[in-house]
Design a protein around this ligand. Structure first.
Ligand SMILES: NC(=O)C1=CN([C@@H]2O[C@H](COP(=O)(O)OP(=O)(O)OC[C@H]3O[C@@H](n4cnc5c(N)ncnc54)[C@H](OP(=O)(O)O)[C@@H]3O)[C@@H](O)[C@H]2O)C=CC1
Ligand SMILES: CCCCCCCCC/C=C/C=O
Length: 377
């Protein structure tokens, strides 16, 4: 008897809705895992098919996403074939890229894009043991089947004491974005001054701390006084609330009268247009994100950047972290080491329950998160 079949035998809760796979009259059963507190899988008590919950994009976002743009559905998963695995999501990530990528890559009715930390609950693939945790890129789903080729194992050195959700944040894609943007795009050097916006978020909070580890002065801004206090707490030299300062221009000058060598731009729009005038000669700008523009129905028009680019001989480079996958192993190793040494602090905004995925996503876009926004299923 497999571990999964043993869980089936330990059914605890009978659900009233019918099985999507064999019959609308057969009840579902919730399976409680004896191995970890995470596991609750919906399974038909007759045919033993697992039903996944998924969130789909019901309607393309117009302006700011709203709850009615999403719909939760149930999908019956087939029995595993040889070589396949059944996984359940334990933590799901909500990220800003989902907003622009939904417009570019998705059609209405598609499952929302996204990554998760998932646990293998059944395996017909000898290379993957039941109970193993992986990072997957399978969208907003509670359960899914994989042949193992699209999964990334958590590093073997991951200690039990460290939340596995960090593999979606500080020691995952956002942390790597900070790492690549600072070291490869900005080519930050000790003694320089680094500016970062959306600084209290998943990427920005790592940018500031890596810049300090690298021997730089760091200036950050965020959208609330409590976020500014957090930035000071994790070592930023200067921090300000961009929503309440009388003048962004003045705030940037006051924080670094000599200007900035590196600007890690997560926000774009008006802030970036003002900050570019504060760059030092030969300054470097990493164009990481433009969250202030993602919800615009009409593109913003801004001041043109050529004059400060020419006079200060600036470099400005956009990048997508997934194109830098050859730096993934080295980056994850370094980030994990700094976290374990206590040099890289983290904070997570954890929303409970899969049903709250849209609320967590919308909240993150509104700035309700401190650190990385994740959902605990
Ligand atoms: N190029 C790449 O490969 C990658 C790019 N990114 C980009 O990095 C940026 C940060 O992502 P991430 O760290 O995951 O998200 P965050 O954790 O920083 O969350 C988003 C934050 O953006 C801020 N924000 C929202 N709207 C605005 C606005 N109009 N003006 C200024 N700030 C705003 C909010 O903070 P506040 O309260 O401070 O306003 C909010 O908390 C995004 O632009 C994202 O698209 C992320 C990953 C990879
Ligand atoms: C295996 C993880 C795939 C996730 C892709 C993330 C790409 C992020 C690019 C972000 C752009 C702007 O936010």
């Amino acid at each position: 008897m497999s571990a999964y079949q043993r869980w089936v035998a330990s059914d605890v809760v009978i659900r009233s809705s019918g099985c999507l796979f064999c019959s609308p009259l057969t009840p579902y059963t919730a399976l409680a895992s004896s191995l970890a507190p995470f596991s609750i899988s919906l399974c038909c008590s007759f045919c033993r098919m697992v039903t996944a919950k998924v969130w789909v994009l019901k309607k393309h976002f117009e302006g700011f996403p709203k709850p009615s743009d999403f719909e939760m559905k149930q999908v019956a998963l087939a029995n595993l074939k040889d070589g396949e695995l059944l996984l359940e999501s334990v933590f799901l990530s909500v990220d800003p890229y989902m907003r622009p990528y939904s417009k570019r890559d998705m059609k209405e009715g598609d499952v929302m894009i996204g990554t998760q930390v998932a646990r293998i609950v059944e395996s017909k693939n000898p290379a993957f043991a039941v109970g193993t945790f992986v990072v997957a890129n399978r969208g907003w789903r509670t359960h899914f089947i994989s042949d193992g080729k699209d999964l990334n194992l958590l590093p073997a050195s991951w200690p039990e004491s460290l939340p596995k959700s960090l593999a979606l944040g500080t020691v995952g894609m956002p942390g790597l974005t900070a790492y690549v943007g600072l070291f490869e795009i900005c080519k930050m050097k000790p003694g320089e001054t680094v500016l970062v916006n959306a600084a209290a978020g998943a990427v920005g909070s790592v940018v500031g701390q890596l810049a300090k580890i690298g021997g730089c002065k760091v200036v950050g801004c965020a959208g609330s006084d409590s976020k500014v206090a957090y930035l000071k707490n994790i070592g930023f030299d200067e921090a300000f609330n961009y929503k309440t300062v009388a003048s962004l221009d003045e705030a940037l000058r006051k924080a670094s009268p000599d200007g900035y060598d590196c600007f890690f731009d997560n926000v774009g729009g008006e802030f970036a247009s003002i900050a570019i005038n504060h760059m030092k000669k030969f300054g470097r700008i990493a164009v990481c994100g433009a969250i202030s523009q993602y919800n615009d129905s009409v593109p913003q028009k801004g001041p043109y950047i050529q004059i400060p680019m020419i006079f200060n001989e600036l470099s400005m480079k956009g990048f997508i972290v997934s194109s830098w996958h050859n730096h993934r192993e080295e980056g994850v190793k370094a980030l994990l080491k700094w976290v374990l040494e206590g040099k890289l602090k983290y904070h997570e905004q954890v929303t409970e329950r899969f049903e709250n995925m849209p609320a967590a996503f919308i909240g993150m876009l509104k700035g309700e998160n401190l650190g990385k926004a994740v959902v605990k299923v």
